[in-house]
Design a protein around this ligand. Sequence first.
Ligand SMILES: NC(=O)c1ccc[n+]([C@@H]2O[C@H](COP(=O)([O-])OP(=O)(O)OC[C@H]3O[C@@H](n4cnc5c(N)ncnc54)[C@H](O)[C@@H]3O)[C@@H](O)[C@H]2O)c1
Length: 345
Amino acid sequence: MKTLNFGIVGAGLIADFHARALGDIGNVKLVGFFDSVGAKAQELAEKYSVMAYSSLDEMLADDGIDAITIATPSGAHMEAAVAAAKAGKHVICEKPLEVTLERVDAMIDAHEQSETVLGGIFQNRFNECMLPLRKAIEGGRFGVITYVGVYVPWYRKDEYYDGSWHGTWKLDGGGALMNQSIHMIDMLCDLLGKPESVMAYMNNAGHPQIEAEDTATAVMRFGNGTLGVVYGTTSEYPGRFKRFEIAGTKGTVVYLEDSFTTWEFAEAKDEDEEIRSKFGQVQSGGGVADPAAIDYKNHTLNFKAFIDAIEGKGGACVGGDEAKKAVEVILAIYESAREGKIVKL
Ligand SMILES: NC(=O)c1ccc[n+]([C@@H]2O[C@H](COP(=O)([O-])OP(=O)(O)OC[C@H]3O[C@@H](n4cnc5c(N)ncnc54)[C@H](O)[C@@H]3O)[C@@H](O)[C@H]2O)c1
């Protein structure tokens, strides 16, 4: 199997997780980092005994590099992704792919044109507990799905925002929804598709110093009539676990931080008891109040699926069009909250 050489663009908090995740994959070699702040690339390059590139062009001109991961602030993903496509490099990019649909589409188009793979990072899709939940939905076990709820009641200190790109429209693309709740909104899109329309409110009362929202609420309607609720915040001290609820005429599941606190179906199956016992315990804190308190193992699975796509093996790579969905939903919520109207997707 050919070894794939990776570069990492942006050498901040999550880049270190990328390096660790890549390190766990057999046919992958990390070659180097680039950061617009040279000292940051240097620091991680020394930690992993790899190169620090002095410019993006220098990294992309390196024939040894097959693919890059993008770990810059969200509104600075597109430039690196498009330049990489033009240089014939595959790209796996942090969430959100970008902060406007125009910028997301520019990335998708560039990779379509160069026939390189564009993948998004939504590592929660690779949680083991997603498999039985996906199977239950696909198998029609909920009957008519009447309700779905997404709750991300997290906490971020003022220091997280102060002097940072976090919570700015240009570089974060929003606040609690575009940065934090996006993982669960992506989970919703993955499991049920995009809603047909949304109606929302947002506010920043808990962190009035930021441009964007620190709290948002929305209601949604899906094409098949399912109704839904979204609540995301970074102002709930001390923060609670993220939750996903799905209910219908024949079943209810409540997912809480990679576990199931409810797994009940009118038509029981032998596997149900095993699922309840296997996923009965909350697995982790998952960044409830500390952005660094996440595991990198699901990033590894996300990267492996991307590599499978590069190698033409198909599989679960979160492609550009798939990763775009959560951005579309969040932008619709923002538009609804700003304009006080129902927004159709
Ligand atoms: N998947 C997850 O769970 C997860 C967790 C945290 C962050 N993220 C995402 O990762 C991305 C980065 O977040 P972070 O927390 O690591 O941010 P960070 O601020 O810690 O790091 C970003 C780095 O990018 C560098 N940078 C800025 N502009 C650049 C440019 N144009 N070219 C090269 N380098 C540039 C900065 O100097 C900084 O070192 C964001 O899109 C964020 O949403 C994802």
